[in-house]
Design a protein around this ligand. Structure first.
Ligand code: V47
Length: 376
């Protein structure tokens, strides 16, 4: 008899495949089955079906720059190698002039996004951050400012006793265009107590996302995996994101973040494997049926795995980045920035059509790929 599903060795996945083909929502138990399956090629096959149904052959990238204004942080999360106490002689806080100057280093009209996140600094006020945003908008009016995680917003609200809505309103008025997806870590309280017990809990992260979305701010969302979480924690996290998305439609892109243990208090955990990284991309594409984009962030999963991920469910590879600190402080040995041409090559060699996008996923048309100066 002819096997009609030759790609599937783990026959237990067949009912999930049928649902994925029919565009039906997968359940919590389906999510567990996917995470527990060793049949990575089957997961990739299924996720790729969904990915191609949603995005055809396109892989998106953007030309962006990360800016981390300070690494001073009142929290001491075990997962983090970036945050430092203010007394630490190696800690840094940029002045506003320095932030504006760094934003302009190697600047060209090619840049469409600044991605701005930092530590929870006890003295930098909401007004200071509003000045930062206004100064950036004044100097770079066409650049989208994707700034502040839900965790930073919660901290501003608590530290300065201002309602969350008011913090968001002020930052939005000063130029914040949307928000990145960081700080979600993993929503399981059992795990959060160990890896980031100084941070807001998962419910608060989701509540602030709800508020921001209802105020018209789009955001991304993330999950940190590969530390001490289990499969139930991961599926629970994805289902919670999917529930908020049903309510608000405000998440644009989901980015699974591989834990980097170096220089953290969880060094003994070890690094994630390529198998685990690809599985997280594939399961996310299958479970998050209402979130448009899945990003294989090359800084975090290496350009090589991010490239393969284009055939395992991802439709985005992030951007040029230029200067990254959070992962490099935690032991990442990938390069600091990729040129536009290198991103194009990674995508084309995976058989995909590269499309440069802005933060809202509008196509950015360039007359000639090589006609403008690019960074680094
Ligand atoms: O919030 C911190 C995580 C996040 C470590 O929205 C760590 O487009 C691994 O959110 N090992 C920052 N992860 C990165 C982030 C992000 C990156 C790229 C694109 C977007 C987007 C968002 O990194 C933090 C935290 O969740 N993180 N320390 C670590 N040792």
């Amino acid at each position: 008899m002819i096997d009609l599903q030759p790609q599937i060795d783990d026959r237990g996945l067949l009912p999930v495949l049928e649902k994925a083909k029919a565009g039906e929502r997968l359940s919590y138990d389906d999510g567990l089955r996917l995470f527990r399956s060793p049949d990575l090629l089957a997961l990739g096959y299924m996720a790729n079906l969904v990915r191609e149904r949603m995005h055809g052959n396109v892989t998106y990238f953007n030309v962006n720059r990360h800016i981390n204004p300070t690494d001073v942080c009142v929290a001491s999360c075990k997962l983090c190698a970036f945050g430092k106490k203010s007394k630490d002689p190696t800690a840094y806080t940029m002045s506003l002039e320095e932030i504006w100057h760094r934003a302009g280093l190697g600047y060209s009209e090619a840049i469409t996004e600044f991605h701005i996140v930092g530590g929870l600094h006890p003295e930098l006020t909401v007004d200071w951050f509003c000045d930062m945003l206004r100064g950036l908008k004044q100097r770079f009016p066409n650049v989208h400012l994707k700034a502040f995680t839900m965790v930073e917003i919660a901290y501003f609200a608590k530290r300065f006793k201002i309602p969350v809505e008011e913090v968001l309103r002020r930052l939005k008025e000063a130029g914040m265009d949307s928000m990145p997806g960081g700080g979600a870590e993993i929503f399981s309280e059992r795990v959060r107590r160990i890896i980031c017990d100084h941070k807001i809990d998962g419910g608060e992260w989701l509540d602030i996302a709800r508020i921001a979305h209802k105020m018209g701010l789009k955001s991304n969302c993330t999950m940190l995996y590969g530390h001490i979480e289990n499969e139930e924690d991961r599926v629970d996290h994805l289902v919670k994101l999917r529930e908020v998305q049903d309510e608000t439609g405000g998440f644009v892109t989901y980015i699974p973040l591989a834990f980097h243990p170096d220089n953290t208090a969880l060094e003994h955990v070890g690094r994630t494997t390529g198998f685990m990284d690809l599985k997280n991309i594939a399961v996310a594409r299958l479970m998050l049926d209402n979130i448009p984009h899945i990003k294989a962030y090359w800084v975090m999963m290496t350009p090589k795995i991010a490239q393969i991920a284009q055939r395992f469910g991802a439709d985005d590879i992030d951007g040029t980045v230029v200067e990254e600190r959070i992962y490099h402080d935690a032991g990442s040995d990938v390069v600091q920035g990729l040129r536009r041409g290198e991103l194009l090559r990674l995508i084309r060699e995976a058989g995909r059509e590269p499309v440069e996008r802005d933060t809202a996923y509008r196509r950015v048309e360039r007359k000639d790929e090589t006609s403008f100066a690019i960074l680094v």
